[in-house]
Design a protein around this ligand. Structure first.
Ligand SMILES: Nc1ncnc2c1ncn2[C@@H]1O[C@H](COP(=O)(O)OP(=O)(O)OP(=O)(O)O)[C@@H](O)[C@H]1O
Length: 293
């Protein structure tokens, strides 16, 4: 896969605060890269520099092998976290307004269809649901048929069904060959959508790979949990666990052996939860913090 965006030693300071500290990122064409990190890690500052919205203090950003020029704006789409929509305009009128900003916008009919907006085309944008509004913001980001799409926390605040619906749209966008850079606080979203994940903390990249490779490297093994009421049994078996939210939980490299031991002291399979480590666990391991704080 060729490289569409190559970022070297990107740095941004706000006074004494180094928000982004020598970051390297390689975005491969047609992939989805997830930029994850705890609050204040530097995700928004990074994405804004990559979009060209914020000037870096130092570092290099190459788009298709060359420094970004005026055409870069025509080749990218940005779904901002908060875009103020013009009062008293319909979905269609809003898209028409944004279409004027580009040299060759996509046909609006096609765009509304692909973002599932056709049935709301004549609706006032201020009467849209959260999911419909995010789909409109996505359509605005896609209006110029961009090669590279920036999605900054696109599903924050949406209900689970609207989020999954949005994921399907992102899948379609990926299938059409576009490259996506996504920031999110939802680990299931990152796991589902991203081919590669970069975890940043204090403005530095602390891990970068496919979700599976990151989990295999940093968190081999399986988590087992049993209800806290069974903690005496675990003590008897000399199993070290964390007791949280009514559950005793621990990681093991030999899940089957421990399940057999637990059954031998009276627990049933239904008493034992078996769980692969997920990105939330990875976060806690790498940053000492949960993904959402
Ligand atoms: N305009 C600004 N002026 C001063 N400091 C800023 C500015 N923007 C960001 N910062 C600081 O830079 C650091 C990184 O912030 P940034 O918003 O990039 O983090 P983030 O990872 O996007 O966080 P969140 O997940 O909370 O959105 C923080 O310490 C923040 O306070």
């Amino acid at each position: 896969m060729s490289t569409i965006l190559d970022v070297r030693q990107l740095t941004k300071r706000f006074g004494d605060n180094v928000a982004v500290d020598g970051l390297n990122i390689t975005l491969r064409s047609g992939g989805c890269f997830g930029l994850l990190g705890p609050n204040g890690a530097g995700k928004t500052t990074t994405i804004e520099m990559l979009e060209g919205v914020l000037a870096p203090d130092s570092g290099e950003i190459l788009f298709q092998g060359k420094p970004r020029d005026r055409q870069f704006r025509q080749a990218i789409g940005i779904q901002f976290q908060n875009t103020a929509l013009q009062e008293r305009l319909t979905v269609r009128e809003t898209l028409q307004l944004f279409a004027q900003l580009y040299q060759s916008p996509q046909p609006l009919q096609t765009l509304m269809q692909s973002c599932q907006l056709s049935e709301f085309s004549e609706q006032d944008t201020h009467h849209l649901s959260g999911g419909q509004r995010q789909r409109l913001l996505l359509a605005i980001a896609l209006i110029n048929d961009p090669k590279l799409l920036f999605l900054d926390e696109p599903t924050t605040g949406l209900d689970p069904q609207a989020r999954m619906n949005f994921w399907q749209l992102v899948e379609q966008i990926k299938a059409s060959g576009k490259t996506v850079l996504l920031t999110t606080h939802y680990m299931d979203e990152a796991y589902y959508l991203c081919d590669e994940i970069g975890i940043i903390d204090h403005g530095q990249m602390i891990a970068c790979d496919t979700p599976k490779a990151l989990l295999d490297e940093h968190l081999p093994g399986i988590y087992l949990s049993v209800s806290s009421e069974h903690h005496n049994l675990l003590d008897k078996l000399a199993i070290q666990f964390e007791n949280q939210y009514g559950w005793c939980r621990w990681k093991t490299n030999d899940a089957q052996k421990q399940i057999d031991q637990l059954k031998a002291v009276g627990l049933t399979q239904a008493d034992i939860q078996v769980q692969r480590p997920n990105l939330d666990d990875l976060f806690l391991t790498l940053t000492g913090r949960r993904l959402r704080s």
